[in-house]
Design a protein. Structure first.
Length: 79
């Protein structure tokens, strides 16, 4: 009798890759609801936790998304 290999167990707090890309429609999983955090959010949260409310930066493509997210998070951006 042939045995099928068992799926490897996931680490606690993780899920298979095929489940992470599903959306909330139709009872499927939304990646944002699983607590995934991007680097922009980590940087903004760290700045706020350290009492920084104003950020100075030179405008440019590499930081455009960051400055938009900073402003959306209530921080002052000077460029």
């Amino acid at each position: 009798m042939l045995e099928t290999p068992a799926k490897p167990a996931n680490k606690p707090g993780t899920m298979p890759a095929e489940d992470t890309a599903k959306t909330a429609s139709g009872g499927e999983i939304d990646a944002q609801s699983q607590g995934e955090t991007d680097g922009f959010t980590l940087v903004i949260d760290a700045l706020k936790l350290n009492g920084i409310d104003t950020v100075f930066g030179l405008p440019g493509i590499p930081i455009t998304d960051l400055t938009r997210r900073l402003q959306a998070g209530g921080m002052r951006v000077i460029s």
